[in-house]
Design a protein. Structure first.
Length: 106
């Protein structure tokens, strides 16, 4: 079960062991991560699950899908080259140790 860490904009650090196959928005909400809301339930309609990583992790996560990419263009905050929507990332063993930045509002 991979351990995922979220670094919220207010400095809060939250870590959780996430069951394989769970999307990382749901895992964040369950863990009480500040700044992740998941308002649309993972339907790619809200972008309130925006996260970013360092470049090494971004390569392991892969590129956003077409719909995710379009939604990322509409986020409230700043989109970065490694921005992702965490509802589109499923926990898997090779993500153990993943650190996700949770951007603050613009
Ligand atoms: S939870 Fe709405 S886009 Fe991810």
């Amino acid at each position: 079960m991979p351990q995922i860490t979220w670094l919220s904009a207010d400095g809060t650090e939250t870590s959780a062991d996430v069951a394989t196959g769970t999307n990382l928005m749901e895992a964040a909400v369950a863990a009480g991560v500040r700044g992740i809301h998941g308002d649309c339930g993972g339907a790619l309609a809200c972008a309130t699950c925006h996260v970013a990583t360092d470049l090494a992790w971004a390569e392991r996560l892969g590129s956003p899908g077409i719909m995710e990419d379009e939604m990322l263009d509409m986020i409230d905050g700043e989109r970065t080259p490694t921005s992702r929507l965490s509802c589109q990332i499923l926990a898997r063993a090779e993500l153990d140790g993943l650190v996700l930045d949770v951007p603050g509002p613009a």
